[in-house]
Write a protein that binds this ligand. Structure first.
Ligand SMILES: Nc1ncnc2c1ncn2[C@@H]1O[C@H](COP(=O)(O)OP(=O)(O)OP(=O)(O)O)[C@@H](O)[C@H]1O
Length: 575
């Protein structure tokens, strides 16, 4: 039951227990609010039969007892509902962040950023509200209604029936609406995601849109997405308002049926006025929380889409593996590797090569040939679909991703920087590195030349994703990170593509220090960058077209020699 509860409401184990306690506390609070009505009934009956005067002390004590009961139940309800919900929210956000950390990159290929940030921010906030306001109130109202109903039945089953007959049809109406509402909510959610995606894309591409005069056309598309969200919200709200109104009308019929039945029974002489009065009071007390409960039920149903969305992340398969490994050296070996991002669309086919320790292995070939994919498979960004990749003889598919990544220094083509100082951006390479080590790595990567001109040197903030730096400066920071990490395997994906010729040769000097005795996989389009590599692998259409030493390949006059010829011709081009 707890397991079901956890799954149904995306709760932690401790959260599920707190949730049950919150529902019970809410029910207790509802019952505490009914208690004064019982006391009032006893008092009026006392007045009617003349015993009230001699029981003054009892009434005073009972009044104080009711007050205490209400205060204690309210306190319990507050602690059980709000405090534990906020604790659970923290636990949920941390669990989500931890899960995101452990999910393989293939998962992020299927989801976009707007989708994920919506889960962390929006879905969590919706669930927080639902678990602090709607669900305990709903469960509490149902529980207290059950207790009060049992009491009423014990008192007079005919009148109890007159009060309670409206409950099943009212709740049935709302429960019936759940199926329709869920389908609508899914569509609403999809529309919201498309809109969030559109806004994010618009902000990211604003520069290109402006420079291509394509803003108007793009904004028209975005307007349509915003209107779609609006339309979906109106349909969803209108429908739930119809069902709620119908259910509330049904509940209200209960007061009329209580009054009619009571009047009829009194006329027949089978009901006394006091009992009639008590049932009228009970009817007025019992329906108020139930009307709230109906609203809460609708709101709780509406959270289903958010929970499904969040469970997609929480259920995402993680890459696991051994924490220990005993590699024999750091050769990277591809053995008949097949890979597809999406099943059926093969990206690498039967790729076999060895990148030896102490050597530079260059992956070259036409755009889309699979160079980046192959280099990232070595670090297990994704798992291969066929064949095997080994590092030091160990199958990477059996090694825990974090353990494996500790062996890699990677310089990506697209550098990501954080809105922090230059120093902290380099320190990402090795947490715990001292300032001197960070600065030394920065200087080796030729960062010193631009950092010395920054107002606060190494402690200058570089803006969101380093927007205050040029492409070459950003890439040098990324190289400094790799130098600081000093891992035995180095992946350089177009590491020097954003640098001018002068900078490039300086960086190459720094890189040659970084890569000494290491296994180096370089991806470069400019063939002169890889002219001094020990081995060239030409990847074309996802397969190895040829491999060997650069001189040998040039002599063979195959694809590599052709590429080299084309590049040297293009250098003579004029614009
Ligand atoms: N995350 C992804 N999801 C789906 N397909 C992808 C993804 N990344 C790359 N691809 C596809 O895989 C193929 C190989 O891409 P890859 O980036 O490995 O080539 P590349 O040789 O490095 O290209 P380039 O030289 O242009 O960087 C391409 O057809 C590309 O469209």
């Amino acid at each position: 039951m707890m397991k079901k509860l956890r799954r149904r409401f995306a709760l932690s184990e401790q959260g599920a227990r707190a949730f049950v306690r919150a529902c019970l506390a809410q029910a207790l609070q509802n019952i505490s609010f009914v208690a004064p009505a019982g006391l009032l009934f006893a008092f009026v009956r006392g007045l009617a039969d003349g015993t009230a005067a001699e029981r003054t002390l009892f009434y005073a004590l009972a009044c104080a007892g009711c007050l205490l009961f209400i205060v204690a139940a309210t306190r319990l309800q507050y602690d059980g509902t709000y405090l534990s919900t906020y604790v659970e929210s923290g636990v949920r956000r941390t669990a989500l962040a931890e899960k995101l950390r452990r999910l393989p990159l293939s998962f992020f290929g299927r989801k976009d950023l707007a989708d994920l940030s919506s889960s962390i921010m929006n879905d969590c906030a919706v669930l927080e509200k639902s678990q602090s306001h709607y669900l305990p109130a709903l469960a509490g109202a149902m529980l207290s209604a059950a207790v009060v109903s049992a009491g009423l039945c014990a008192f007079d089953w005919r009148m109890a029936l007159a009060v309670l007959w409206v409950l099943p049809p009212a709740f049935a109406v709302v429960a019936f609406s759940a199926r329709v509402q869920r389908a609508l909510d899914r569509k609403s959610m999809a529309a919201k995601m498309a809109c969030a995606d559109g806004i994010q894309e618009c902000l990211e591409c604003l520069r290109d849109l402006k420079s291509n005069n394509a803003e108007d056309a793009y904004l028209d598309g975005l307007d349509e997405k915003i209107r779609a969200v609006e339309r979906r919200a109106v349909i969803s709200e209108s429908l739930s308002a119809c069902f709620i109104t119908l259910a509330t009308l049904l509940l209200r019929l209960g007061v009329a049926s209580t009054a009619l039945t009571g009047a009829l029974l009194m006329q027949r002489g089978t009901l006394d006025a006091m009992t009639f009065f008590m049932f009228l009071m009970a009817a007025s007390r019992i329906y108020a929380p139930l009307e709230g409960a109906l609203q809460n039920l609708v709101a709780a149903i509406a959270t289903h889409a958010n929970i499904e969305h969040m469970n997609e992340i929480l259920d995402g398969p993680v890459q696991s593996g051994r924490e220990e490994m005993a590699p024999r050296g750091y050769d990277v070996v591809f053995e008949h590797v097949d890979f597809a991002y999406e099943s059926g669309v093969s990206v690498l086919k039967d790729v076999s090569f060895t990148a030896r320790q102490g050597e530079v292995t260059a992956l070259v070939g036409p755009s889309g040939g699979g160079k980046t994919t192959a280099s990232r498979l070595a670090a297990r960004f994704w798992d291969v679909s066929g064949g095997r990749i080994a590092v030091g003889g160990e199958n990477v598919a059996e090694i825990a991703p974090e353990k494996l990544l500790s062996l890699f220094s990677i310089v990506f083509q697209d550098v990501t920087l954080f809105n922090n100082t230059v120093m902290e951006n380099i320190r990402i390479g090795r947490r715990g590195a001292g300032d001197d080590e960070v600065i030394a790595a920065g200087r080796l990567a030729h960062c010193g030349e631009f950092v010395d001109k920054l107002p606060e040197g190494w402690r200058t903030m570089i803006g969101e994703n380093g927007r205050e730096l040029s492409g070459g400066e950003r890439q040098r920071i990324s190289i400094a990170r790799a130098i600081l990490k000093d891992a035995p395997i180095v992946l350089l994906d177009e590491a020097t593509a954003a640098l001018d010729v002068e900078n490039e040769s300086q960086i190459h000097a720094a890189l040659s220090r970084l890569i000494r005795d290491k296994t180096v996989l370089v991806i470069a389009h400019r063939l002169r960058t890889v002219a001094s590599a020990d081995k060239i692998i030409v990847l074309s259409g996802g397969a190895v077209a040829e491999q060997g030493a650069p001189g040998e390949l040039l002599r063979r006059d195959g694809p590599f020699a052709r590429m080299a010829r084309l590049q040297s011709e293009s250098q003579n081009w004029g614009l």
